[in-house]
Structures are given as structure tokens and as C-alpha cells.
Design a protein around this ligand. Structure first.
Ligand SMILES: NC(=O)C1=CN([C@@H]2O[C@H](COP(=O)(O)OP(=O)(O)OC[C@H]3O[C@@H](n4cnc5c(N)ncnc54)[C@H](O)[C@@H]3O)[C@@H](O)[C@H]2O)C=CC1
Ligand SMILES: C[C@H](O)[C@@H]1OC(=O)[C@H](O)[C@@H]1O
Length: 256
């Protein structure tokens, strides 16, 4: 197992990529703090995830708090410390992508997207890093960025800058936190079928187009991200920091 006795925090873990990562971390021997929005509609999914992690023989605890709140990172860290005794891995995964055209972008939608995806991440990464520094045994921080950190999207002008920002945050934090043995890396998913793009991919033409752009011949699944996240969290990646790992079935390099 790659994460035996490690204590992992994952934000946005109630479903999608975060959920798949939480389960794989538990399979690899980790205890998991499940960050979720706090919405009552998510709670049954969170309860189910806790049961699945416990069935794997690991501990799980849930913290419901909005990702964009600057205090949320501290709450997640407090939960890891009080329930498990510390934090070894922090995965910043929570995010939204409400597709919208640029010229009439509502100010509130722009601000909500940046706050949820990037501003909250800054403070949560800071809280996790301070705890790792106090513990004195290093750690791993992983941001779920996106292929959209590298390429644009006409209906994602509010979103792509947050993903580029997360990638940049990991690069700078790799420098700031390297002296404490804290590694900081990003995963860059391509198009992964989850609730975030359910409406967008309901358009069969768009769906077929996205799949046709993918050399591996299919859209991604949440589980496709679990291995790369566990790898970056583990000692297998002990000399990897400031790196980004595209997990996109080859979509990014597929020019022609
Ligand atoms: N699905 C895809 O094609 C891609 C997804 N990503 C990123 O992966 C991450 C996970 O997304 P998916 O699993 O795909 O979608 P999803 O919609 O299934 O999961 C998003 C998670 O974030 C949580 N979340 C959303 N707003 C929140 C808030 N204000 N406070 C706390 N939690 C909140 C949701 O509750 C959910 O657990 C996101 O950061 C997304 O930008 C990146 C590239 C591609
Ligand atoms: C939500 C999109 O389908 C998804 O999110 C991203 O970051 C990429 O742009 C994907 O296409």
C-alpha cells in the first residue's frame, strides 16, 4: 500500500474526482477527511462514502464548509488533527464550472467561481502547509487544476484563469515549502464525466467531439484521476515537486 497510516484531506470529496480519490487513498491505507460544501443534499452521499472508507478498514470524518470561505482550510486541518493526529496530504479538489458566455458574464458568477476555485484554495493550502510545517515531517499538497490551465474555453473565461492560478500556486508553493519537505504538485484532468459537465455533455454532438479529440478514444472517468493523485501523494513521488501531470487521455497534444 502506498499511503499506509497517512492522513489525507480532500476537498469536494462528496462526488466525482474527489470521491474517487478519497476511496483510492483509503484503499492505499490512508485515513480521510472528507471536505464537502455543507449542503444537506450532499449529506447522504457523504455518509455513504464514510461507510465505504470504514469498510476498507480506514477512518473517515466529514467537514461541511464552503470551499470559498477563508476559514474552511483551518476547519479541515483541525478535523484531521483532532481525529487522526495530523495531516500528511492535502488535495485541493473542490471546484465549479458554470459554463457562461463572456460578454454578459454576471459579476456574481465570476466572483463566485474565482472565490470557490482559487481564493479558498490559497487559504486552505496555507492552513495545511502550516500544520505540516508544525509537524516537521514534510507532506504532499496536490491541486486538481485542469487542462484548462493550458488552453482556453469560450464559455469558461471565468474558470480557466482559476485553473491556471492553481497550477501557478503549486509551482510557487513548491519553492516556498520545499525547505520543509512539503511537495506541491498539480494534476490537470482533461474532460472527465462528472456532475460538473453533465449538462454540457448532454449535447451528444459536443460529447462525441470531445471524445474524438482524445487519442485514448474515450472521455475520462473520476477513477482515472485516483492513481495519479495517490502517486503524487506517496513516497513514490518523493523527488517530484512543482510538477504538473496531465490526465487527459492525450487530448492536449492532439493537434492533428
Ligand atoms: N470533470 C472534468 O472534466 C474536470 C474537472 N476538473 C476539476 O476537478 C475538480 C472536481 O470536479 P468534478 O469531480 O469533475 O465535479 P463534481 O461537480 O462532481 O465535483 C465537484 C466537487 O466540488 C464540491 N464543491 C463545489 N462547490 C463547492 C463549494 N462552494 N464548497 C465546497 N465544495 C464545493 C462539490 O460539492 C463536489 O463535491 C474541480 O476542481 C474541477 O474544476 C478539472 C478538469 C476537468
Ligand atoms: C467542466 C469541463 O467539462 C471540464 O472542466 C475542465 O477543467 C475542462 O475544461 C473540462 O472540459
Amino acid at each position: 500500500m502506498l499511503l499506509t497510516d497517512k492522513n489525507v484531506i480532500i476537498t469536494g470529496a462528496s462526488r466525482g474526482i474527489g470521491r474517487a480519490a478519497a476511496l483510492e487513498c483509503a484503499r492505499q491505507g490512508a485515513n480521510v477527511v472528507i471536505g464537502y460544501s455543507g449542503s444537506p443534499s450532499s449529506y447522504s452521499a457523504v455518509e455513504e462514502l464514510i461507510k465505504e472508507i470504514e469498510a476498507l478498514g480506514q477512518k473517515a470524518v466529514a467537514v461541511g464548509a464552503p470551499a470559498g470561505d477563508p476559514e474552511t482550510g483551518e476547519l479541515l486541518v483541525e478535523a484531521a488533527v483532532s481525529n487522526f493526529g495530523g495531516v500528511d496530504v492535502f488535495v485541493n479538489n473542490a471546484g465549479i464550472c458554470p459554463f457562461h458566455s463572456f460578454l454578459d458574464m454576471p459579476r456574481e458568477l465570476y466572483l463566485e467561481t474565482v472565490n470557490t476555485n482559487l481564493n479558498g484554495a490559497f487559504f486552505a493550502v496555507q492552513a495545511a502547509a502550516n500544520q505540516m510545517k508544525r509537524q516537521g515531517r514534510g507532506g504532499a499538497i496536490i491541486a486538481v487544476s485542469s487542462i484548462s490551465a493550458l488552453v482556453g474555453g469560450g464559455m469558461q473565461t471565468h474558470y480557466t484563469p482559476t485553473k491556471a492560478g492553481l497550477l501557478s500556486l503549486m509551482q510557487s508553493c513548491a519553492i516556498a515549502l520545499g525547505p520543509y519537505g512539503i511537495r506541491c504538485n498539480a494534476v490537470l484532468p482533461g474532460t472527465i464525466e462528472t456532475d460538473i459537465n453533465k449538462d454540457d455533455l448532454a449535447d451528444q454532438e459536443k460529447r462525441d467531439y470531445m471524445a474524438s479529440r482524445t487519442p485514448l478514444g474515450r472521455l475520462g472517468r473520476p477513477e482515472d484521476l485516483a492513481g495519479p493523485i495517490v502517486f503524487l501523494a506517496s513516497e513514490m513521488a518523493q523527488y517530484v515537486t512543482g510538477a504538473s501531470l496531465l490526465v487527459d487521455g492525450g487530448m492536449y497534444v492532439n493537434l492533428q
